[in-house]
Write a protein that binds this ligand. Structure first.
Ligand SMILES: [Zn+2]
Length: 162
């Protein structure tokens, strides 16, 4: 009798551990902000418009003053067009006059920077930290408090209002 009780207790213990395990796995399936999104070129082409594909996956640049989010000043969050990763908050957006959406800071951990020596220039490329999509470049002529200007293609972003 005692043995049976113990074995039932042991089985319950195993079941509860197993449940805990599957809970963790399903959380991972939903994806945290640090999870990478990796897709083939064909998958990106199917998901994005040709213009979005050119900028996000081929490091293209939209023409200045053509992006629909250039003059967006509502309150909300700018997310990656490729993977919906939240990248910039509206309270860090400013009008740089450049013709591209400009921010002086990004949402911590969600944007990565790489040295870019293309086109004979020394620039710093800005990419989404989750899907590695090209966003734009960062320059050091921005306003306080950071002094940085994240010059971002509108087509790389979606705006989610608060
Ligand atoms: Zn992304």
């Amino acid at each position: 009798m005692k043995i049976n009780f113990l074995s039932i207790f042991f089985m319950l213990f195993i079941i509860s551990c197993t449940n805990g395990q599957s809970k963790i796995e399903s959380n991972n399936d939903q994806g945290s902000e640090s999870d990478k999104v990796i897709k083939t070129e064909a998958e990106w082409k199917a998901q994005l418009t040709p213009k979005e594909f050119n900028v996000l996956r081929e490091k293209g640049t939209e023409r200045a003053f053509t992006g629909k989010l250039n003059k967006e000043y509502g309150e909300g969050t700018y997310v990656c067009k490729g993977c919906q990763n939240p990248l910039f908050k509206s309270d860090t957006k400013f009008d740089s006059g450049s013709g591209w959406p400009s921010f002086f800071d990004f949402i911590k951990g969600n944007v990565a920077e790489h040295k870019d020596h293309s086109h004979g220039m020394n620039r710093v490329e800005v990419v989404c930290n989750r899907c590695n999509g090209h966003l734009g470049h960062v320059f050091t002529d921005g306003p306080k408090p950071t002094g940085l200007r994240y010059c971002i293609n509108s087509v790389s972003l979606d705006f989610v209002e608060d």
